[in-house]
Ligand binder design. Sequence first.
Ligand code: ADP
Length: 283
Amino acid sequence: MNPLTATAVGKRYRSRWAVRDCTFAVPEGKVVALVGPNGAGKSTLLGMAAGLVRPTTGDLSAFDTPVRGRIHPDVSFLGQDRSLYRDLTVRELTRAVGSMNARWSADRVHEVLGLLVGVDHDAKVGTLSGGTQTQVAIAMALGRLPRLLLLDEPLSDLDPLARDETLRIIMTEVADRGTTVVMSSHLLSDLREVCDHILLIDEGRVQVSGGIEEVLAEHRILVGPAAEESAVDGTLISATRTARQSTLLLRGAEPAPAGWASTEPDLESLVMGYLRASRARRG
Ligand code: ADP
């Protein structure tokens, strides 16, 4: 049973598709980096997975149950708007969120907040730093004891220390409870060290989806003479060229022809290659 599956999911706002024909599955226990530039469709996709945004086409399921207008009880979602409940204290917020959830562990919230040095439970949420507000919001999301955690740009606007702490909270949850996590960022570098799965989207479409090791092993970077590109096998994703030399990102692990150097890409160059290709198609 996959925590999340999408089958040909699309969302159209007026004449424009924010998400288009997205099909993927998120396996249990994975930490998934949902990566793509601003406007790629990440928030829309997460909103649909959380039951807040209704798809125009296709279906999403959480734990094999179709998502229809409400969040699955085993799923927690943290959206980008974290300005709710600014006038409540942390203690009041914990009580209020607890009263709204059938399954709730105040102990878990306190445990997570306990990881954060110096959170004053009697401080109003609105007076806390942006980083601490995000961390408090994550603690609330974990109070639902989710099996799938959806986080929309959890690290945006955080200073490096808060970023590190926030990732530590998330990774402790993964280690302690085996929770599946899908978190978005427009920066791969934010998520690189913690994710084992990637879902790269651009222009609302899935460009790459899968385990990082598998995805990398399916690709090659070839460097060789620009005049002999036609000798290269595999599906060309993108290319950068000088007058003499071509650098090609290819899908497929066919051997390189004589005169070409072949290496497996790292994740950064793979993502850049796909985004470059997507830009080129757009003109
Ligand atoms: P991302 O999270 O990757 O930045 P979004 O999902 O927020 O991308 O947006 C994808 C596209 O859909 C963008 O072009 C955005 O302007 C558009 N969009 C998102 N939400 C709405 C909305 N409520 N109404 C109209 N257009 C929207």
